[in-house]
Design a protein around this ligand. Structure first.
Ligand code: NOJ
Length: 540
């Protein structure tokens, strides 16, 4: 099956997330860049993915690692140039890889020219109306306009020199756009076209449910319990995406949207995926689920039912640049994951156990119906780096949470490519620069070179799984049927010919009748599937 030429390629695609700062450094400054990505596209081809999603590469002061954009139509010099981005898109396409770029429409950078203009123009000016500026409360106006809190901690409002306050749901350097304003709507439509004209295959939409705020920006204290929060998931956001969809559909080549949506209500979630809105959205409940058969099965059922209602394919994702790497999560006693300032840090972790489960989870993830995402480094079995010294940490969440949240640097450490010691060929030889975050010396056994051709490595497991998936007509988009299975075991078919079995029980379990083992995450134990292992079976 050649997914990349299919009109519906995105329904089955395996998409690899590149975090540009940490993928590969081409110019030797210790920070990943477009030259590094272009040099290392061969890794993605050998892995066998269909597309790449790149976290933001735009001009940015990097207050939030590029999610604070000062110019949506150019590349930050730390990553390269617009010409290099164009070359990257073309080279990737020539190698059968589609490029999806990040779009950040909820907020920009406080260095964006429109925000600078708003600051200069002063209270009551038309320039301020493109953002959410308000007078403060209290006699002196020195209290924030409402009680909303930033997702990174602290009030979601910052006061400027003339006394007004502006809204930022993330860092103070990330003012929220006012999506009621026609200029904002027109500007983003133009930015979408700018990148579509340059051949991107689509967009990942950052905090896709946040764009429209409830009228009047009401205090949450006035809301009934369980009501939708006023800073997200407002009805008007769907009009924006209907409009965006029409723009995308004007372009040839089946371009797509994938929304970042942290919403645990499957009905509200699936509304974004109605046929005239977005194509797909990250399905985070799998990532948040504990390593437990009942919990996972419940996530799969709920997910598939929600997507079926709107005819959209599910997506499956185990890690990304915001979440604790799953080797670490699965090696802890509590294997579940919660977002927003409740990131666990330094809980005891058994990395061997986490790795074993991650291998099984990879086979589960890649066998489920729909498309799948791989976060750079998960194919190498990398774990969360929890001992980065505080003074080297860069994620604003650490400071903004008052230190209660360690931040996300631990999953953003530069990739190890080769060699016995840091920088593990992340930077070109003999530049002598240190990577922007320190790599653990123990990653010498986890480099691409160390794992290449080692049949027991995580990298070869991923390569084999992707090869089988690409060649198997029943994997990717479609449905599943659960097989009867012992307690603690997940077993399902994707057709009468393919089954996936995952053993989360505490003892080896028998496999269903099959004609051939296509792939197992660990060797079988006397024909039985060991604990924390998975198998792909041919049934006919
Ligand atoms: C979600 C992104 O994935 C995250 O990295 C970023 O900090 C926030 N949105 C704000 O843009």
């Amino acid at each position: 099956m050649t997914r990349t030429t299919d009109t519906d390629w995105w329904r089955s695609a395996v998409i690899y997330q590149i975090y540009p700062r940490s993928y590969a450094d081409g110019n030797g400054d210790g920070i990943g860049d477009l030259a590094g990505i272009r040099d290392r596209l061969s890794h993605l081809r050998a892995l066998g993915v269909d597309a790449v999603w790149l976290s933001p590469w735009y001009v940015s002061p990097m207050a939030d690692a590029g999610y604070d954009i000062a110019d949506y139509r150019d590349i930050d010099p730390v990553f390269g140039t617009l010409a290099e981005a164009e070359s990257l898109i073309a080279e990737a396409e020539a190698q059968g890889l589609k490029i999806i770029v990040d779009m950040v429409p909820n907020h920009c950078s406080d260095r964006h020219p429109w925000f600078r203009a708003a600051l200069e123009a002063g209270p009551g000016s038309p320039e301020r109306q493109r953002f959410h500026f308000r007078p403060g409360r209290g006699e002196q106006g020195d209290l924030p306009p409402n009680n909303w809190q930033s997702h990174f901690g602290g009030p979601a409002w910052t006061q400027v020199a003339d006394g007004e306050w502006y809204l930022h749901m993330f860092a103070p350097q990330q003012p929220d756009w006012n999506w009621q304003h026609p200029h904002v709507k027109a500007e983003f439509e133009s930015v979408l076209r700018f990148w579509l004209d340059r051949g991107v295959a689509g967009f990942r939409i950052d905090v896709a449910d946040h764009l429209v705020k409830a009228a009047g920006l009401p205090e949450t204290t006035m809301l009934p319990a369980g009501a939708v929060r006023p800073w997200r998931d407002q009805e008007g956001v769907h009009d924006i995406y209907r409009r965006w969809r029409r723009i995308l559909d004007e372009y040839p080549g089946h371009r797509v949207f994938v929304a970042e949506l942290w919403d645990d209500d499957p009905d509200r979630f699936s509304r974004y995926l109605r046929p005239d809105e977005l194509h797909s959205a990250f399905n985070f409940p799998l990532l948040q689920s504990p390593w437990d058969a009942d919990a996972l099965r419940n996530v799969v059922d709920t997910t598939l039912a929600a997507h079926a209602r709107v005819g959209a394919p599910a997506t499956w994702v185990l890690s990304n640049h915001d979440t604790t790497r799953h080797v670490t999560r699965y090696g802890r006693t509590d294997t579940s994951y919660a977002l927003d300032g409740r990131r666990v840090h330094h809980a005891p972790v058994d990395l061997d156990l986490g790795t074993r489960r991650a291998r099984a989870a990879a086979l589960l993830n890649l066998a489920l119906p729909g498309s799948a995402y791989i976060y750079q480094g998960e194919e190498l079995g990398l774990w969360e780096v929890e001992d980065i010294p505080l003074n080297l940490r860069q994620d604003p969440t650490l400071r903004q949470s008052g230190g209660t949240d360690p931040g996300r640097d631990g999953c953003r450490v530069p990739l190890p490519w080769a060699d016995e010691a840091p920088p593990f060929a992340f930077s070109p030889p003999s530049t002598g620069t240190e990577p922007w975050l320190p790599q653990p010396p123990a990653w010498k056994d986890h480099t691409v070179a160390a794992q290449d051709n080692d049949p027991g490595s995580m990298l070869e497991l991923y390569r084999t799984a992707l090869r089988i998936r690409t060649g198997h007509p029943d994997l990717g988009d479609g449905t599943l049927a659960w097989l009867p299975a012992p307690e603690g075991v997940l077993a399902f078919t994707r057709s009468s010919a393919f089954a996936c079995v995952v053993n989360l029980s505490s003892q080896p379990e028998p496999l269903p009748a099959h004609t051939r083992q296509l792939l197992t995450s660990v060797p079988l134990d006397d024909g039985m599937l060991p604990t924390d292992a998975a198998a792909w079976l041919e049934l006919l």
